[in-house]
Design a protein around this ligand. Structure first.
Ligand SMILES: *Cc1c(COP(=O)(O)O)cnc(C)c1O
Length: 438
């Protein structure tokens, strides 16, 4: 038995993952391929070459189980990895839980979220192949600040299109990106053809991730020195995030737990969820566990629970490849809820495939329930979670309360994808009783 008071495990740097884990190698059926938007044929590496470096394109299509993390990337990961893993004893006490609740915390990275796990290798592979400029979109700003940080490390220029509602509603976010040396504009902007067309068509739009992606893709496609970086959705992004789940599986074992019974992660585009979930799913697929793995999406953008599983564009203008995913439609503009990182119309093809195959589950969480959970968590654990992460905590609390009613004591693992220190305006609105269910 573990120490009954233990609340945290410290993983040695030497035990950090040396490889990313590619779930594709272990899936019972292969995920449907991305299609060329013009020909509707499966995409070739050459189709992607204008936008991405070959190193990342190879990862995108890889069926290898383990992909080595380059030493340079590993060295930078060490700035914040291994990330901590806690038993949430005070949260358990606060709700009188019979469940054992654990959480993996990604908020201690340089920008306060899991996004640096992919930003760093993306900048690295671009630098390796001689690109000098990265373009991207960002919602609430976490991805933008992660890429700004990574681009800065490798000496790359970084141009960021930020969803207008977030640019205006969260002014400190663009200051953070600018501090790391990036250039940030509100999207839709006047700088791209896509942006100008969207502004003409929807003069009052608050923007969306889909629109910002169109702008960043166009900017990269029209500059041979530039590449486009995406913070979620694509296979290589989820791949990079598997450092989270690999560490968490080890750390749970260090608490003398045989396996997880439930794993909850929040899901916008699906990267932190995939990164946490896939190593746990591997435990399931290899017969060592039978965990129910649950993606928690916001009620305001419920792509899995209410969307359709079909080929759709990743952006609004239809410039990206067609991806088979649960989607609300690429022109869907979600209500401007605070969890900006979850306001996306689609779900990562790998997560979508796993959901369609019944390997993972999904629930939708309303904004107020998410913030109730986040405040309870903050008061018990001393960490203010990101607005997005609150959805995972709320999902876990539903489960913990249900277990307590029936007297069961399952092992619940929560992915806390980020810190909420920059989300305090949202907490302020919640605490003042002014938050609405978006
Ligand atoms: C971006 C972000 C998310 C949502 O993105 P995913 O790709 O679904 O992980 C969730 N939590 C935090 C803290 C984020 O920054």
């Amino acid at each position: 038995m573990s120490d009954p008071k233990q609340i945290k495990v410290v993983l040695d740097e030497a035990e950090m993952p040396t490889h990313w884990y590619n779930i594709v190698a272990d899936l019972p059926t292969p995920p449907p391929p991305p299609l060329h938007p013009g020909t509707k044929q499966p995409l070739t590496p050459d189709d992607l070459a204008p936008l991405f470096p070959m190193g990342l394109i190879a990862q995108e299509a890889s069926t290898e189980r383990w992909i080595e993390i380059p030493q340079e990337v590993h060295d930078i990961y060490r700035l914040w990895r291994p990330s901590p893993f806690f038993r949430a004893r005070r949260l358990e006490q606060a709700i009188g839980s019979t469940a054992r609740i654990y959480y993996k915390y990604e908020g201690a990275s340089p920008v306060g979220s899991h996004k640096t796990n992919s930003a760093v290798p993306q900048a690295y592979f671009n630098k390796l192949e001689g690109r000098t400029r990265l373009t991207t979109e960002t919602g609430a700003g976490q991805w933008g600040s992660a890429l700004a940080f990574a681009a800065q490390i490798f000496g790359l220029q970084c141009d960021i299109w930020q969803v207008r509602s977030s640019y205006e509603g969260k002014p400190y976010r663009h200051v953070l990106m600018e501090t790391f040396g990036a250039h940030v504009v509100a999207s839709p902007s006047e700088l791209t053809q896509a942006g100008r067309a969207l502004r003409e068509q929807f003069p009052d739009t608050t923007g969306s991730l889909g629109m910002a992606i169109s702008e960043a893709v166009e900017a990269a496609a029209t500059d041979p020195n530039a590449a486009y970086s995406l913070g979620s959705v694509l296979n290589h992004v989820l791949l990079h995030q598997t450092v989270i789940g690999q560490e968490a599986v080890k750390q749970l074992a260090m608490f003398d737990e045989a396996s997880a019974d439930y794993v909850f992660g929040c899901a916008g585009g699906g990267s932190n969820f995939g990164g946490l979930a896939f190593p746990f799913l591997r435990e399931n697929l290899e017969g060592r566990a039978a965990a129910r793995i649950v993606a928690c999406e916001p009620k305001a953008a419920p792509s899995m629970t209410e969307g359709e599983y079909r080929y759709d564009f990743g952006d609004t203008a239809g410039l990206t490849p067609l991806l088979k995913m649960y989607s609300l439609g690429s022109d869907f503009v979600p209500a401007p809820v605070h969890a900006g990182g979850l306001r996306y119309h689609g779900m990562a093809p790998l997560v979508s495939h796993c959901y369609a195959e019944g390997l993972v589950d999904a629930i939708a969480v309303p904004q107020l329930e998410a913030f109730e959970a986040g405040v309870l968590f903050a008061r018990a654990e001393g960490i203010v979670p990101a607005s997005e992460s609150n959805h995972a905590i709320a999902g876990a609390l539903r489960q913990a309360r249900a277990a307590t009613e029936t007297g069961e004591s399952p092992v619940i693992v929560i992915g806390v994808s980020g810190s909420g220190q920059l989300d305090l305006p949202a907490y302020s609105e919640f605490l003042a009783g002014e938050m609405v269910d978006g």
